[in-house]
Design a protein around this ligand. Structure first.
Ligand SMILES: C[S@@+](CC[C@H](N)C(=O)[O-])C[C@H]1O[C@@H](n2cnc3c(N)ncnc32)[C@H](O)[C@@H]1O
Length: 284
């Protein structure tokens, strides 16, 4: 099974083969990001993208801006390596949770909508990690984020992000009965099985997921079911959006190991990764 969520951070727990998802009664769908503690247990582990963004931070001249930081998974790792980091998220609960994790106060945390991003300083590197750019489903919203990031960068600075690769076979795969995606261990040490449905709207390029979390031991709910809507984008379309925001594309990868995106590598790409640059001199 190719799991869209498995592509998120690449190091999620895999449930045992004999584990099945019990039927669940759906009453109300909660916000996927409404419970940062649960989100952090499930997705907060380092991930294969951390060394990738860290290498860009080492190369960058100046400070780092982490847009849509979530619980600070990447921001904290980059700060720990000695870089000055500002991290922004629109969700106050996420920001509060990240602040609590940052016991040494290494990061400047800002609660802000990335579409109206305005923070102190000009940065040498900006990142949008963990598929967060897919949160901006409308062209105008995504354009606003790209424009705002461009404004916050110093001339010659780097902008990097990764989203899920739009494998057409995966987009076409409608899942009505929850299928198992991965598992995690909650605060009590119990294994929680995560399963979900997916439905792709080819007109909006938006995939809607409903996600269920149940204790492996007896199938009882471990959290309220959640929903997400994420926008998929294709390479040529992204290049047009980046060019409109005046970014130059420096490299495109099919994974975080730095495999160049080619016709061949695209078939098995685990992500769609862009490294861009704000030109040294900007034309008016
Ligand atoms: C999939 S999480 C990614 C978190 C983090 N970048 C990571 O890699 O672990 C998406 C994050 O985007 C944030 N987000 C969604 N819309 C946003 C907006 N308009 N401005 C800033 N953050 C936003 C959510 O609150 C959530 O924390």
């Amino acid at each position: 099974m190719t799991s869209i969520e498995t592509l998120e951070h690449d190091v999620l727990e895999t449930p045992a083969d004999d584990v099945t998802a019990a039927p669940v009664a759906v009453t109300e769908l909660a916000d996927e990001y409404g419970d940062p503690a649960r989100y952090d247990l499930e997705y907060g582990t380092a991930g294969l993208d951390v060394p990738f963004y860290l290498a860009l931070a080492e190369r960058a001249d100046g400070t780092v801006l982490d847009v849509a930081t979530g619980t600070g998974r990447i921001a904290l790792a980059i700060a720990e390596a000695g870089h000055e980091v500002t991290a922004v998220d629109v969700n106050p609960a996420m920001v509060e949770f990240a602040i609590d994790k940052d016991v040494d106060e290494t990061v400047t945390w800002v609660e802000q909508d990335a579409r109206e991003l305005k923070v102190r300083g000009k940065f040498g590197l900006a990142i949008v990690a963990g598929n967060a750019l897919q949160q901006f489903v409308a062209n105008d919203d995504r354009a606003a984020v790209l424009k705002a990031i461009y404004r916050q960068l110093a001339p010659g600075a780097t902008f990097a992000f990764a989203i899920r690769f739009p494998h057409t076979s995966e987009l076409a795969r409608r899942v009505e009965t929850p299928e198992i995606w991965h598992s995690y261990t909650d605060v009590t040490g119990s294994q929680v099985i995560v399963s979900g449905t997916q439905r792709y709207d080819a007109t909006s390029q938006v995939m809607t997921h409903e996600t269920y979390r149940q204790y492996a031991v007896d199938g009882t709910p471990a959290a309220a079911p959640t929903t997400t809507a994420v926008r998929y984008s294709f390479p040529q379309e992204l290049e047009a959006a980046l060019a409109a925001a005046r970014f130059e594309v420096e490299a495109t990868y099919a994974d975080f190991a730095g495999t160049a995106l080619t016709t061949e590598s695209a078939a098995t790409a685990s992500a769609l990764v862009y490294v861009c640059r704000k030109p040294e001199t900007t034309k008016r």
